[in-house]
Design a protein around this ligand. Structure first.
Ligand SMILES: Nc1ncnc2c1ncn2[C@@H]1O[C@H](COP(=O)(O)OP(=O)(O)O)[C@@H](O)[C@H]1O
Ligand SMILES: [Mg+2]
Length: 339
């Protein structure tokens, strides 16, 4: 199937007092119509900057240094701001982690929802009101007419996030970008909101670009998964392979650090020792080098390419699949020969 969104060699940087920081470094991926692609990785790996680059909502001091972002074949990086406003909300919508910051506290829910609908769907006031009520009912909010008259602070976090989803989906976008959409919510509410998002998007054929640090969410929601580390993609695979045969040592580390029901409360969970390197753009080699149990001298000096190690599974690691017979377990045990 043709890709709906193709990100090709995107590079996004910030100019800071400490110099230039490359937050997203040459990443490429695509999203097919109706597909859910998850981007996963620890905090600071460049997930939000990727999303904001696609929306072209990066703040001051940021710049997209290179690459293309093709939506149905058109490079949206070449559009002017007026054309880009047409795309936002109409064809690509975004839901953020904290809905309070995206809702205006001084206007009612109804006012804000109707305004967005009038703008994007070119409906008159009355039609927009009807659409708004319909959408609030769709996202499972009881008594939508009453909620229309409420101010954001009167709603719980979960209800606000439902309103945001209603707003994001009211214009039937082709893609919904959801950046940690449930991180601020209780676990039970999280599951309900994700389920809702999934159902509504499936129904409308909307693709989802889902950003999360939570592999449980990935397992529930995703078709494909990108694992990001220090501004780069280190693994790109379908969700089943990610959980059955993760290959990058970082992906494996992330999977080991998921809380498990069979581990008693007091027991230590395994997590990846060390931290994401700062100023990683000056490192010549693999950015995971300082935390990797497979690392060799070669890894320190040479950045591994993102290579297809198995059909449909791309991994950025010198050590994975190194032995000729493709026996991954051998290299895991630390076959550090430099051939
Ligand atoms: N406005 C900004 N100015 C400078 N650096 C930024 C800015 N926003 C993000 N960064 C840097 O970009 C990197 C990636 O950030 P981000 O995409 O927010 O990570 P994630 O969403 O994966 O937690 C981080 O190192 C962060 O410090
Ligand atoms: Mg983020």
């Amino acid at each position: 199937m043709e890709a709906l969104l193709s990100v090709n060699h995107l590079q996004t940087a910030f100019d800071t007092d400490q110099g230039k920081i490359i937050s997203v470094d040459n990443i490429s991926f695509s999203v097919k119509p109706g597909e859910t692609l998850a981007i996963v990785g620890e905090s600071g790996s460049g997930k939000s900057v990727t999303a904001l680059s696609i929306m072209r909502l990066l703040g001051k001091g940021s710049r997209i240094d290179g690459g293309q972002i093709l939506l149905d074949g058109t490079d949206i990086l070449q559009l002017d701001e007026r054309q880009m406003r047409d795309i936002r909300g109409n064809r690509i919508s975004m839901v953020f982690q904290e809905p309070m910051t995206s809702l205006n506290p001084v206007f009612t829910i109804g006012y804000q929802l109707c305004e967005a609908i009038q703008l994007h769907l070119k409906q008159d006031k009355k039609e927009a009101r009807a659409t708004a009520v319909k959408m609030l009912r769709k996202v499972g909010l009881p008594r939508p007419e009453a909620i229309m008259k409420e101010y954001p602070f009167a709603l719980s976090g979960g209800m606000r996030q439902r309103v945001m989803i209603a707003m994001a989906l009211s214009c039937r976008p082709q893609i919904l970008i959801a950046d940690e959409p449930t991180t601020a919510l209780d676990v039970t509410v999280q599951a309900q909101i994700l389920q809702l998002m999934k159902e509504l998007c499936e129904e409308a054929g909307t693709a989802i670009l889902l950003i999360t640090h939570d592999l449980g969410v990935v397992a529930e929601m995703a078709d494909r998964v990108l694992v990001m580390y220090a501004g780069q993609i280190v693994e790109d695979t379908d969700v089943y392979t990610l959980f059955d045969e993760p290959k990058h040592p970082y992906t494996r580390g992330l999977l080991k650090s998921i809380p498990r029901l069979d581990i008693g409360a007091g027991e230590q969970l395994e997590s990846i020792p060390g931290a994401v390197p700062t100023r990683y753009q000056s490192l010549p080699g693999c950015r995971f080098y300082n935390r990797c149990h497979l690392a060799t001298e070669h890894c320190r000096g040479h950045l591994p390419p993102l290579e297809e190690k198995q059909e449909g599974q791309w991994v950025r690691c010198w050590e994975v699949g190194k032995s000729a017979d493709g026996n991954l377990n051998r290299s895991e045990e630390g076959t550090h020969d430099e051939s």
